[in-house]
Ligand binder design. Structure first.
Ligand SMILES: [Fe+2]
Length: 231
């Protein structure tokens, strides 16, 4: 199973503080049945250039790589890219895709989106070589106009939700209903640390397996390998 969104790289963002914490997070993910971890540190274009971010990410990963446990899940490098108006013109946007794939994980603002923002998402989704995935959509989709989700889905934009959407009692029913309706494609733990925001993704996958069956589980985990990865 895949964790599509997490902050396990040491000292990259507000996630793991050091290698020891990263190893603890990875062990927790492995114990929960995760075989592939997509590491998605925050990228804010206001704060640094894309080149600097990628260099910093590589250094962070090198530190971790030497100390990874045996039977470690596969780790793919990606980013949680913060949206800003005009991001479609960022020249190296493709460099922020998840390693060996077309996937670009984009974090949208928790506000009502304007028509020009929606159009920009659709424009990015038309770029060859990019498959746009919106991060933790449960946070901001409920406040958007009703037709926006359908327009985005029809443009081929994919949706990621956090595991807590399924594990929390008050949102579980809604999460399962969105899954059945084809509104959810990827699951991420969005873990940041071992205490206040630990990985809880195994439980979410288990809920999906129990309530929806194996077919949904394999669809969510097969997506990447069959269609979106280039190697
Ligand atoms: Fe995140």
């Amino acid at each position: 199973m895949i964790d599509w969104h997490c902050h396990i790289l040491p000292n990259m963002d507000d996630g793991s503080r050091d290698v020891a914490e990263s190893i603890s997070l990875i062990n927790m993910q492995r114990e929960q049945g995760i075989g592939t971890i997509v590491a998605t540190p925050h990228f804010y274009a206001n704060d640094e250039s894309c080149e600097d971010f990628l260099l910093r990410r590589q250094r962070s990963f090198e530190l971790l790589k030497n100390q990874l446990p045996d039977e470690c899940p596969r780790i793919l490098l990606g980013a949680e890219v913060r949206y800003y108006q005009g991001i479609s013109r960022l020249s190296n946007l493709k460099d922020l895709r998840v390693e060996n794939s077309k996937i670009l994980l984009l974090e949208m603002p928790d506000t009502k989106w304007t028509e020009s923002m929606v159009r920009e998402l659709i424009e990015i989704s038309s770029f060859g070589g990019i498959r746009l995935v919106l991060a933790h959509v449960e946070r901001y989709m409920p406040i958007q106009d009703a037709k926006i989700r359908r327009r985005l889905l029809e443009s081929g934009i994919l949706m990621q939700v956090n595991a807590s959407f399924f594990t929390e009692f008050f949102t579980r029913h809604k999460a399962l209903s969105h899954l059945k309706n084809g509104h959810i494609h990827f699951l991420g733990s969005d873990c940041h640390n071992t205490t206040s925001r630990p990985p809880n993704i195994g439980k979410a996958y288990e809920i999906i397996r129990k309530k929806q069956g194996e077919i949904y589980l394999s669809q969510m985990n097969d997506f990447g390998h069959s269609k979106l990865f280039t190697v």
